[in-house]
Design a protein around this ligand. Structure first.
Ligand SMILES: O=P(O)(O)OC[C@H]1O[C@](O)(CO)[C@@H](O)[C@@H]1O
Length: 243
């Protein structure tokens, strides 16, 4: 039976990420080779509470999604998303950012920044229900559910681009794996910086407040312009990532 959620009074069917979609990025290869395929997480994209709001969201080139990641282990590793980067905004030297909010459960976000062939920064944000986690431009990201409850999270993102999964696939996953014994380095990456931990914060410039449902920004989409024109908000991104 398909796992569904209700949003805006409508039952929604998900896109489903299967274990086999994650073939290249799972740490525990022995475990991977020993199990049959199964459903890992559920992606409900292009959501809105009403048709009128969907029109507003589409007109603004935005997308509001919900993702549900049931708890579980991929062998020794906690269940996670495939990991992706976003492309640069056309004509700019900066990539599209994204913002997540945990709706239920707990998330561990792993963010990593490339400069040429090097990873120059790796950041962990641990977030609980209500918390906001901003993915600044130029950071690839993975979401991990390291709890024993389902993780339900929302995101706002610009809908004008396709995510890039290849950098994570080519390196057998993110810079660090979160195993039952804690974070370990992914040996495919050379010269990794130490993990940095930052905490979820309110971002008043973007109308984002921990504990306040960020879907409400559908009524104030100007606040979400940073998702489409991040080049105008570089100072705000810098202040958040250095906290
Ligand atoms: O498997 P992916 O594409 O990394 O997706 C995880 C979630 O991230 C998003 O792509 C947003 O970045 C959601 O639409 C999706 O549900």
């Amino acid at each position: 039976m398909v796992y569904t959620i209700e949003f805006g009074g409508v039952e929604r069917e998900p896109g489903i990420r299967m274990l086999h979609d994650m073939k290249e990025v799972v740490c525990d290869r022995e475990w991977f080779d020993s199990v049959d395929d199964f459903e890992l997480y559920y992606m409900f994209r292009h959501l809105s509470m009403s048709e009128a709001e969907l029109k507003t969201i589409n007109k603004q080139h935005l997308r509001y999604d919900i993702t549900v990641i049931p708890p579980g282990m991929l062998g020794r590793e906690f269940v996670k998303t495939a990991g992706h980067y976003h492309p640069n905004v056309p004509g700019e030297e900066i990539s599209y950012p994204e913002v997540y909010q945990v709706l239920e459960g707990e998330a561990t976000y792993l963010l990593q920044k490339h400069e040429f062939d090097d990873i120059v920064d790796v950041v962990v944000i641990k977030a609980k229900a209500g918390d906001i986690a901003l993915i600044p431009p130029d950071y690839g990201h993975v979401t991990i559910n390291a709890s024993d409850e389902p993780l339900k999270m929302a995101n706002w993102v610009c809908c004008d681009f396709a995510s890039s999964y290849a950098p994570f696939r080519d390196m057998a996953g993110g810079a660090y794996y979160l195993l039952d014994k804690g974070f370990v380095r992914n040996p495919c990456y050379e010269d990794l910086p130490e993990l940095r931990y930052i905490t979820p914060v309110d971002i008043p410039e973007f109308g984002l407040e921990c504990g306040r449902d960020m879907y409400e920004l559908v009524n104030d989409t100007e606040k979400l312009r940073f998702l489409k024109q991040p080049q105008d908000f570089v100072g705000v991104f810098e202040s958040i990532v250095t906290i």
